[in-house]
Design a protein around this ligand. Structure first.
Ligand SMILES: [Ca+2]
Length: 315
């Protein structure tokens, strides 16, 4: 799978990136960063450090949007991701360099090079993808599929009663992507909240992972301490945390981990209480929208096993 990742590298993004890097079936062909959990520049720095942890090859990383399309960025989410986005784990500065390129040019080049093959996975607000569609409408026709972490259909929201952080972070961008006609799968809170990584899981993995993954797993073990604390406050988690971004990448590779339902959907871009909410229309004569595939259920144990196996099974 040729994978273009768009990330706002916080703790769960970093675990998702590591999964992708250690999974032999996935080739990460490019990474772009966006403001969300942290600024896009910090997400880019964090991403380079994570590439180092995995001794990854030279994967191009481009810094993208520092502000959402219309609304203001609301600042770092320190209580979940730490002040530095990596659960306050201090990793050595990377000697890797960012690729200096306009993010939309970068996306379009990859879509051209891997036309019909490129899988786009977004793990933050969709600002960069929306901008790319704005600059290059033909991008939509070149991408194989998009798999995105965000939103919720029937689970409570996590930044408002009805909205999830990535979609609420840039609802206008999300709505632009939803109306693009691309093949889109949404992995939202309905399933990510049911897929919980426990302290026991990660401690077990630290004991049992492959030698080549030791640095990465030791980082995850430390970063998850802060992440679990944040999730205790946000989601009533005790000694575990949901797997938002890692589950999303896993579903891009293994769609059988989730059950999905296609619905016509748009994103609420205004409103006092509902901004960023997913609005699906199941009426006989629905509003103008494209069909979007939503994950509605998950096999959590299989998903956890899939995540752990990337670091543990011999390859
Ligand atoms: Ca993220």
């Amino acid at each position: 799978m040729k994978l273009l990742l768009d990330v706002d590298t916080g703790v769960d993004d970093s675990i998702a990136i590591l999964y992708a890097l250690f999974k032999p079936e996935i080739e990460v062909v490019g990474i772009s960063t966006v403001c969300g959990n942290v600024e896009a520049w910090l997400a880019a720095e964090n991403t380079l450090k994570i590439l180092d942890l995995a001794d990854a090859p030279d994967i191009p990383v481009v810094k993208g949007a520092e502000t959402p399309l219309r609304k203001k960025w609301e600042g770092r989410v320190s209580y979940i991701h730490g002040d530095n986005g990596l659960g306050n784990v201090e990793l050595p500065a990377s000697s890797r360099k960012l690729l200096e390129k306009d993010v939309s040019d970068f996306h379009m080049e990859l879509a051209g090079k891997y036309e019909g093959e490129l899988v786009v996975v977004t793990l933050g607000p969709m600002t960069n993808i929306a901008r790319t569609l704005e600059k290059y409408p033909e991008f939509a026709g070149k991408v194989k599929k998009v798999v995105s972490m965000g939103g919720t259909l029937s689970m409570r929201g996590n930044v408002s009663p009805v909205a999830e952080a990535n979609f609420a972070g840039d609802p206008d961008a999300c709505d632009r992507v939803f109306t693009s006609g691309m093949d889109i799968t949404i992995v939202g809170l309905d399933v990510t909240m049911k897929t919980r990584l426990t302290k026991e899981h990660i401690d077990w993995l630290a004991e049992n992972c492959r030698e080549s993954c030791k640095k990465a797993v030791s980082y995850m073990q430390k970063a998850l301490v802060h992440y679990r604390k944040g999730n205790q406050r946000q989601n009533y988690c005790v000694d575990d945390s949901p797997l938002h971004d890692p589950l999303t990448i896993m579903c891009a590779l293994k769609p059988g981990l989730i059950q999905t339902e296609c619905r016509k959907a748009r994103i609420e871009c205004g409103g006092t209480y509902c901004r960023g909410m997913v609005v699906t229309d199941q009426r006989e004569h629905p509003f103008e929208a494209e069909y979007i595939r939503f994950a509605v259920d998950v096999h959590p144990h299989r998903a956890i096993r899939e995540l752990l196996s990337a670091f543990w099974e011999e390859v």
